[in-house]
Design a protein around this ligand. Structure first.
Ligand SMILES: [Ca+2]
Length: 354
């Protein structure tokens, strides 16, 4: 085994809390991990790129929120518009939001989007034949839409099911209603059915969320989620199925019985987080209002002291994703959604980790 590969394997086990002693660190003590070492602009001229996922060839598909375009970005910076998703209706924070590529893309050529439509938010399946997108088919409809709090992140979990974050659609009570699709993290099959084993026998995986927009799984397969708070506290949550994350009773940490406190909080000025990614023992959280990339080291189920990168250098940050291979991040901005901002002001940056 290559030394670097071995180090990564040991770190992954350390993240799972298994081999802390092997690393020579005291239990709970710091473990040496990679961190951002450099940044370069991969591509400019974007307009609110939101959802993103990797294709098997190492390029990525991005979804632009308000143009409704799906754009392929290659590692060499080549950008190709491959189509426009139908039935998307933008407005406020709604539009074309999350995007997730099928784990079986090599054979099924499928990807999925979360988008706002005329009367709801929904998850739809499309195909990409390498040249153009097509085959739009809604698989889960009826998620309430609103000007704000649409959630919208979409990602495949290690279990092969599709996870979607939904906002409370400015109806806070929906977050505590296990029969509502809103204010939740949903776990569904690729036909939009509830995934087998879901805690309430429906699409709901966890509840009590306000406006979660970030999902990432660590090396041990734990699900972490980033959530925008109201006026005071943004949250990083460790997601357990069936758990209640408190909204609207709690914003941030409140210690209520039956409700799960976040593992880390920030003021909304420092964060207002959207995307979340995991790489080499740490989470990376893209901050909109905070205009910085937060790195949060993990020690098992504990989230350590966050450190900020690129503060006020790139503008609002929306989406961060770990490059296949794990040695770099792709980080995209969200500046064209500022009030009065023209289109085309966004960029995708590549952050090397070392
Ligand atoms: Ca909460």
């Amino acid at each position: 085994m290559h030394a670097r590969t071995l180090r990564r394997a040991v770190r992954a086990l350390a993240s799972a809390g298994l081999v802390t002693a092997l690393l020579g660190a005291a239990p709970g003590g710091p473990t040496p991990l990679s961190a951002p070492a450099g940044i370069s602009q991969l591509s400019a001229g974007w307009s609110v790129p939101w959802g993103m996922d990797w294709l098997p060839d190492g390029s990525a598909l991005y979804a632009e929120r308000d143009t409704h375009r799906v754009v392929r970005l290659a590692p060499n910076g080549t950008r190709t518009v491959v189509g426009t998703v139908p039935n998307v209706v933008s407005g406020g924070e709604g539009g074309l939001l999350g995007l997730a590529v099928s784990p079986n893309f090599a054979t099924d050529r499928a990807f999925y989007v979360f988008h706002t439509a005329a009367n709801d938010n929904r998850v739809a399946r499309l195909t990409f034949d390498g040249t153009a997108i097509g085959g739009y088919q809604p698989i889960l409809t009826g998620i309430a839409r609103a000007t704000y709090h649409n959630g919208g992140r979409l990602a495949f979990g290690p279990d092969g099911y599709l996870y979607a974050t939904t906002g409370d659609a400015q109806q806070t009570a929906l977050a505590q209603n296990t029969q509502s699709l809103n204010g939740k993290i949903l776990r569904i099959t690729t036909t939009g059915a509830p995934a087998p084993g879901n805690p309430f026998g429906n699409h709901v995986y966890s509840l009590g969320h306000r406006n979660p927009q970030g999902l990432a799984w660590d090396a041990a397969g734990r699900l972490w989620a980033a959530e925008l708070g109201q006026n005071t506290w943004d949250e990083l949550n460790l997601i357990q199925q069936g758990a209640n994350y408190g909204w609207p009773t709690c914003e941030g940490t409140c210690g209520r019985p039956g409700m799960t406190d976040p593992r880390r909080t920030w003021s909304t000025a420092e964060a207002s987080p959207s995307g979340l990614a995991y790489a080499d023992g740490a989470l990376y959280l893209a901050a909109l209002r905070g205009q910085r990339l937060w790195r949060i080291p993990l020690n098992g189920t504990e989230a350590g002291t966050p450190q900020a990168y690129y503060q006020n250098q790139l503008g609002r940050l929306r989406t961060v994703a770990t490059e296949p291979g794990g040695t770099a991040l792709w980080l995209s901005t969200s500046n064209s959604d500022s009030p009065g901002a023209p289109a085309g002001r966004d960029a995708v940056h590549r952050v090397t980790l070392r």
